[in-house]
Design a protein. Structure first.
Length: 171
């Protein structure tokens, strides 16, 4: 990362402009950063990733990947996005999730105002855990009550007391 630049590039960009391009690239992430770096490399470095590395301090492999993405139109995805992180409870235990869905559906009631598609249920998370244990789901598979509430919410059930429809007063 020396301060020396090829003659043509030094005439095209000042030190201030190079600093601005570095800052702009630093503010972007992932594919957007690679696309920006590829554009600047094509514009100022004739598509030479090594020259871009020398001038701006960007990794030449990243610039080369950005150039390849631009050339092919295919965006590369890292393996960490596909294999990283924890899976949701219902993805790890689909049989128990199906049993929970059936149980929640049996206890569900439509919103009395019919303004939303949300179903309300009298079923609490602790009761759902007890019902699933009674159905033979292993205790090691069952989540904590707070997680069970989150799972029920993801299924579209709100754990609120169901209010019976009240008759309207006549004037």
């Amino acid at each position: 990362m020396g301060d020396e630049m090829p003659g043509e590039l030094s005439e095209a960009l000042s030190a201030s402009q190079i600093a601005d391009l570095r800052l702009a690239a630093r503010s972007l992430t992932g594919a957007a950063r690679r696309a920006f770096q590829a554009e600047m490399t094509l514009k100022y470095c004739d598509g030479n990733a090594r020259l871009a590395e020398r001038v701006w301090g960007w990794g030449r492999h990243t610039v080369a990947l950005g150039l390849a993405e631009k050339r092919t139109g295919i965006r590369c995805v890292g393996s960490q996005s596909g294999f990283g992180g924890n899976k949701r409870w219902e993805e790890r235990h689909p049989e128990a999730a199906e049993a929970l869905q059936a149980l929640a559906e049996a206890h569900a009631q439509q919103d009395p105002s019919f303004k939303s598609t949300i179903a309300y249920t009298r079923l609490t998370a602790a009761e759902a855990i007890r019902y699933l244990q009674a159905q033979g789901v292993a205790e090691a598979v069952l989540p904590a009550p707070s997680t069970m509430a989150v799972v029920l919410n993801r299924f579209g059930y709100r754990l609120r007391p169901v209010v019976k429809a009240k008759p309207q007063k006549t004037p």
